[in-house]
Write a protein of this length. Sequence first.
Lengths: 189, 83
Amino acid sequence: MTKRGDVLLRGRRIFLKPLSFGDVTQEYVSWLNDPAVNQFLEARFKKHTLATQRAYVKGFDQKTKFLWGIFDKKTKKHIGIITLYDIHPVHKYANYGYLIGNKKYWGTGAVQEAIAFVFDFVFLKLRIHSISTGAYAPNVASVFNYKKMGLSYQGTFKERLLYKGAFVDQVWYGITRDEWRSIRKKLAF
Amino acid sequence: MTLEKRIRSIMADSLEVDEGIIGDDASVHTIARWDSLQHLRLIMALQEEFSVRFQDIEIPELVSFRAIRDAIMAKLALHDKAR
């Protein structure tokens, strides 16, 4: 069983470990309050503090809901988070989300490595059958990442989300275990 | 310069890779460096070079040389038709 503090996955550039209270720093809180970082996150509708983030971390039991910190392997610096939730015990589906808060790591491929490791965990360890995620349609960088990771388009909720004063579409992407097995071989991490 | 050659050249510049690796099968899965930021840079360069505009919904679909070539050809054909 995975315990808090255990490193789950080590890659070329990053490693993941369950986030602990000790990882909830002012820097982490500042990401959630930063309009450049949170522009496509529901987090932008609230003011975040150390206390609210500790409560957030507490909400993940690492059994039915998972929260990992993404850390730079070289510097051990905390650069983001990735979550796994809505794990269905019968239908074996799950959803995931992520955030790279440290902007220096945008465009470095760190998030792709993190997603790959979480997918490996989801499909190989948890034996989940499919995983999905949704994005604001204007968030083309996120949707690009879905495509890069082999996810395919699942559908659109028309004008479901409020963004910059207008209702925009929410697009959903997903991947099955077999599809991941095939795409995984093509990835270099 | 042919359209394909122009696309390969822009892809190589934007993705900061050697033009030689932009073959017909080049895609986000064959070019590790092709990340979301490089992708946005690539889209902007393509729009400027070919005087076309991609919608938000089209941008994440342009994840291979073939997809880009087909999309540009379709846009240019529409443009010609409209003239």
